[in-house]
Write a protein that binds this ligand. Structure first.
Ligand code: GLC
Ligand code: CA
Length: 513
């Protein structure tokens, strides 16, 4: 199992394009991140997940990698990344990179070689059918096919957008008599797997602390129950445990039962998959807006949590990410505060998407940028202060990666909020500090659900002799409930109080018992 540091970590997700531009070209870069490490530290976060920073034509914001061993020029150089690792380690922080394990860009040299009719080292690096006329529907984990445009007579499987051909890790179940489907342990799939380890090795040797793995469950094709993909990751985990025992791997899988079995240290609940995570924050009537239900979410979550009891793995409930609408689209500022009281007191490791700590808005109506589509509005440049472009960049506003939320930048920015004790930023900072002071609130400490039917949400965290009760009432009603609330109130949103067992509307309490 990976580094102990993970159990206590609080992560901050950085979308590098939009965090801080240090050279006035309108796009964030690694030096910009280095400049802002103290900001992240001051908030209380001590680990960072950075979205893909590798060489790419940016058809999908860098999730279409052209060269896995090279930092994209817009973010500058491998040397800069190395400096970022060093700077973070000096501050007691950790960095995980985004590993796009399932596909590359069509511009990747491996793919170019793979498209040649002559057999070469990369012929089997991707999933190809036997002729261009063969492109079967409904093959598990294949999203479509690239057909024509290449001299090789075959169709290449696509993992996501059409510019993202699927790497070949083999098929778990092969159709009878079908010889283009390769087995997981055939030479081609095994060499892809070896290359994946090489990529991991390259960046771990440079000093990164691990990876968030993109579409981690998608690797093996036609893989009922994900058995093939699970075994593949178990093999990688074994290798990591041997060679890089401190490395952390976090999966974008969205099915903790599978991901943790596969050897990931943590899996995310996500806006897709069976988790019901959107019910909490992002439906038309989300639970944290006070008119929803968290029942379906907790039915799945509690079931998965029970499976982590053997100490293998964590489940992360993120504040958001670069693929989801921002919290502020569906929650009011007060509701965001209550949501953070939840996110920062749950088991697993919190991940805060840059700008969520300010209550940054989803920017409506933006033109899609780099394959963002609806996601583009959640990827607008960070709002630092009241200077030009909210302190993100000295480039002309028209050159910014994505337009900013100009209507609200004067109020919603880091500098203004850091100076206002009642801001969302300060609320988040207080909650992180509380989490870090109390062993009961850490990632693996015990969790006991008390009520998730309607409102309020009540649960207990404990470790050793310490017990902490969390009561969250995002609804508009005062609710009478005997929750056994005697104890020291460590945190109460807006200084509300519980009197005669009445939990006030729009309140959050963290009570040491
Ligand atoms: C993941 C990423 C997303 C990307 C996709 C394809 O879901 O989070 O941004 O578009 O994978 O790589
Ligand atoms: Ca820049």
């Amino acid at each position: 199992m990976a580094g102990k540091w993970l159990d206590e970590a609080v992560f901050y997700e950085i979308y590098p394009q939009s965090f801080k531009d240090s050279n006035a070209d309108g796009i964030g870069d690694i030096n910009g991140i280095i400049e802002k490490l103290d900001y992240i530290r001051e908030l209380g976060c001590d680990a960072v997940w950075m979205n893909p920073c590798f060489d790419s034509p940016f058809v999908d914001a860098g999730y279409d990698v052209r060269d896995f061993y090279k930092v994209a020029e817009r973010y500058r150089t491998n040397e800069d990344l190395k400096r970022l690792c060093t700077a973070m380690h000096e501050k007691g922080m950790h960095l995980i990179l985004d590993l796009v394990a399932g596909h590359t860009s069509v511009e990747c040299e491996w793919f170019r070689q793979s498209c040649l009719p002559e057999k070469n080292k990369y012929t089997d690096r991707y999933v190809w059918t036997d002729t261009v006329w063969n492109a079967p529907n409904n093959v598990g984990n294949i999203m479509g096919w690239l057909r024509g445009g290449y001299d090789r007579d075959g169709s290449a499987a696509v993992n996501f957008f059409t510019a993202q051909p699927a790497l070949n890790y083999g098929f778990a179940v092969k159709d009878e008599g079908c010889d283009w489907e390769q087995s997981v342990d055939d030479e081609g799939p095994m060499s892809t797997r070896a290359e994946l380890k090489n990529i991991m090795k390259f960046w771990l040797d440079m000093g990164v602390d691990g990876f968030r793995v993109d579409m981690a469950g998608s690797l093996v094709k036609n893989d009922p129950g994900s058995q093939g993909t699970i075994s593949l990751w178990q093999d990688i985990r074994k290798w990591l445990d041997r060679e890089y025992p401190d490395a952390v791997i976090v999966s974008e899988w969205g099915e903790a039962d599978k991901a943790l079995k596969a050897g990931f240290d943590m899996d995310f609940v996500l806006h897709f998959g069976p988790s019901h995570y959107p019910d909490l924050f992002r439906t038309e009537h989300p639970y944290f807006a006070g008119h929803g239900s968290a029942e379906a979410f907790f039915d799945v979550y509690l079931n998965n949590l029970a499976k982590t009891k053997d100490g293998n793995g964590l489940i992360c409930i993120p504040s958001g990410n670069h693929d989801m609408y921002r919290l502020a689209r569906t929650l009011t500022p007060d509701e965001i505060r209550i949501a953070f009281a939840f996110l920062l007191t749950m088991p697993g490791i919190p991940f805060i998407y840059y700008g969520d700590e300010l209550g940054m808005n989803y920017v409506e109506g933006l033109h899609s940028k780099e394959g963002g589509y609806y996601r583009t509005g959640s990827r607008s440049p960070m709002q630092w202060d009241r200077s030009v472009n909210a302190g993100f960049s000295n480039a002309p506003a028209s050159m910014l990666y994505v337009p900013q939320d100009t209507a609200h930048m004067d109020q919603i920015n880091a500098e203004t909020e850091m100076n206002d004790p009642d801001s969302i930023w300060n609320e988040v900072r207080r909650l992180i500090a509380l989490r870090q002071q109390h062993p009961s609130l850490s990632g693996r400490s015990d969790f006991r659900m008390i009520n998730y039917h309607g409102y309020p949400l009540v649960y207990e965290r404990s470790s050793g002799t310490e017990r902490i009760l969390v009561i969250l009432n995002p609804s508009e009603n005062d609710i009478r409930m005997d929750t056994g609330t005697a104890g020291t109130v460590l945190y109460s949103f807006a200084q509300k109080e519980i009197r005669d067992h009445v939990i006030p509307a729009k309140s959050a309490f963290i009570i040491l018992q």
